[in-house]
Write a protein that binds this ligand. Structure first.
Ligand SMILES: Cc1ncc(C[n+]2csc(CCOP(=O)(O)OP(=O)(O)O)c2C)c(N)n1
Ligand SMILES: [Mg+2]
Length: 579
């Protein structure tokens, strides 16, 4: 500010406050949506953000707002913002913050907090809690802003921490007093930072790329595994090119489904249990060797014992240099952002790359065809009552007819069957329970998916899973979102058939009210409820939901004996193991 303007007595109009600076800092960085729940001390922040043209989506529970913010981060590469009140609201949002960190989704949990001088002396303030200390171990980074002139820096640091390198959840603590602090408006504006290049490219070292290509070249049974990091990267064309130009079969992890259409001839998803132990060189792209891939060893990978190495050699493309060797030896780590790494590999491959040995491809094709034929037979059945397969055969058709629809999925059997039965055709369409296998993401994900993509959303929910966020059907109706929730209702957790071993009046812990009508819930808020006992009824209800784009909940009655304990992960269940 070089020009000296006369300082006349309009001081009032030239002041800015903490509320304003938080809003301005977010807007300056292109953040236009807040997922939250109002109350002391952030009620006015929600009002003023809305007045300033931000989209402020209000939820019934902070956990749903947090999951919405986390998945908005995954879908947009911009930090999703969750806004909560102090202590209890903050704690309700914390689960989602941890979820974001574990899943590498960029998210910022902004919570109001109580007065520092009272909290720190533990004098019993309203909603007293040292939130920063609680958040820190669960977040990629955690910051507190005490002075209005530092709001710009606080928001900038939070954004950089959330999206740069390996993304994650960031906590930003804003004490009540900060919001009302006033500073000179011009100084306030100057204090804001528009973050330049928030997620800088990280280009891999040429020798790392060369090492990886040499290993891949020598492979007789190569395999690529695509993780949700690959989906996050939005390097869809490059990834598809790499797969198709090398001719290597690939496996998509759950949220990487659709990066290439699941019907792609190189997909080895239907031969997973064959390719994992058989492969000799495995290239991981944005996929970690965590429990979901049996830690890269053991019987899944052809190892003799539960912890034995199966003999595979691994190439791992990851943005974090610490990821390599976390479970088994990585022979060729390629560290960088996925777009840069895949581009570098493509450049190194050139045009004369030899396809994998025909024998390997033929063996996979054989298994695939057999398994697909077997599945088709199961899907064609029309048992009464409906089972997961006959219901999901319908869902599969509806998704095929609407490939741009977002697909939300949680539950145990409801998750595992849907993952393997319902094909995805486009990148980042499938969003689910993620690394933790967490229940409760459902309705928050639906809201964010609808808001961010403006596409139809289809949610396939176990009846237990749905219950964790069920009240948010009011949110779906309030914002009139094009969401079709299908509750696969088998009367309980995994199944509805358990009995109380002690014979008392309480039902077993896994069992719910039999024949519950979840469709009635949404009707209470003006949404469309439908009750489906046959595949034909389910199809009609889903097609009508997609046609009308009205918030809809279909209660799909599933045979209560159809599920298995813990779905596909029964082996992780201690008591089931003993049996
Ligand atoms: C937050 C959380 N609490 C508990 C669990 C344990 N859990 C795993 S799946 C599941 C529910 C499975 O039942 P349902 O959603 O009805 O699916 P179904 O297998 O019956 O289709 C539960 C409670 C979890 N994964 N996450
Ligand atoms: Mg169930």
């Amino acid at each position: 500010m070089g020009t000296a303007e006369p300082q006349v007595a309009t001081a009032q109009s030239q002041l800015s406050d903490g509320f304003q600076l938080v809003i301005d800092a977010l807007k300056l960085n292109g953040i236009d949506t807040i997922y939250g729940l109002p109350g002391i001390p952030i009620t006015d922040l929600t009002r003023r953000a809305q007045a300033e043209g931000m989209r402020v989506l209000s939820f019934r529970h902070e956990q749903s707002a947090g999951y919405a913010a986390s998945i908005a981060g995954f879908l947009t590469q911009q930090p999703g913002i969750c806004l909560t009140v102090s202590a209890p609201g903050f704690l309700n949002g914390l689960n989602a913050l941890a979820h974001a960190t574990v899943n590498c989704f960029p998210m910022i949990l902004i919570s109001g907090s109580s007065e520092r001088e009272i909290v720190d002396l533990q004098q019993g303030d309203y909603e007293e809690l040292d939130q920063l200390a609680v958040a820190r171990p669960l977040a990629k980074a955690a910051f507190r802003v005490l002075q209005a002139e530092d709001i710009g820096v606080g928001v900038a640091r939070a954004i950089r921490a959330a999206v740069s390198g390996r993304p994650g959840g960031v906590y930003l603590d804003l004490p009540a007093k900060l919001f009302a602090q006033t500073i000179d408006a011009a100084a306030g504006t100057r204090s804001l930072i528009k973050v330049v290049d928030p997620a800088p490219k990280q280009v891999p070292a040429p020798e790392a790329v060369k090492r990886a290509l040499e290993l891949l070249k020598g492979a007789r049974k190569p395999l690529v595994i695509l993780g949700k990091g690959a989906a996050y990267a939005q390097a869809d064309a490059e990834i598809r090119s790499l797969i198709e130009r090398t001719g290597i079969p690939y496996l998509p992890m759950s949220m990487a489904k659709g990066l290439l259409p699941d019907t792609h001839e190189q997909s080895a998803a239907a031969a997973r249990s064959y390719v994992l132990p058989e492969a000799d060189v495995v290239m991981l792209i944005g996929a970690r060797l965590n429990w979901l891939l049996a830690h890269g060893k053991g019987k899944t990978w052809g190892g003799k014992g539960a912890k034995d190495w199966g003999g595979q050699r691994f190439i791992q493309i990851d943005i974090s240099p610490q990821e390599a060797d976390s479970n088994v030896r990585i022979d060729a780590p390629v560290v960088g952002d996925i777009a840069s790494c895949v581009s570098a590999l493509l450049a190194g491959i050139g045009s004369g790359w030899a396809k994998p040995p025909a024998e390997w491809l033929r063996a996979i094709q054989e298994r695939k065809s057999k398994n697909i034929a077997k599945m088709a037979e199961t899907l064609a059945g029309n048992p009464s009552p409906m089972n997961f397969h006959s219901a999901l055969a319908v869902v599969r058709d509806v998704v095929k007819a609407n490939p741009d629809a977002m697909f939300v999925n949680e539950g145990a059997n409801a998750l595992d069957f849907a993952r393997s039965i319902v094909d995805m055709y486009r990148p980042r369409k499938r969003i689910d329970v993620g690394t933790w296998g967490i229940m409760g993401v459902g309705m928050g994900y639906c809201v964010a998916a609808a808001v961010v993509t403006r596409q139809q959303v289809i949610a396939i929910e176990g009846d237990s899973a749905f219950g964790f966020s069920g009240m948010e059907v009011e949110t779906l109706c309030r914002y009139n979102l094009p969401v079709c929730v299908v509750v696969l209702n088998n009367n309980g957790v995994y199944r509805g058939t358990d009995v109380n071993p002690a014979g008392g009046p309480d039902v077993a812990p896994t069992v719910f009210v039999k024949g519950a009508r979840y469709d009635k819930l949404i009707e209470a808020f003006g949404g469309v409820g439908a009750h489906a006992t046959t595949p034909a009824e389910l199809r009609r209800a889903m097609e009508e939901a997609v046609r009308s784009r009205r918030p809809t909940l279909v209660n799909a009655v599933i045979d209560e004996t159809a599920g298995t304990e813990s779905g596909r992960i029964t082996s992780l269940n201690p008591s089931a193991k003993k049996k």
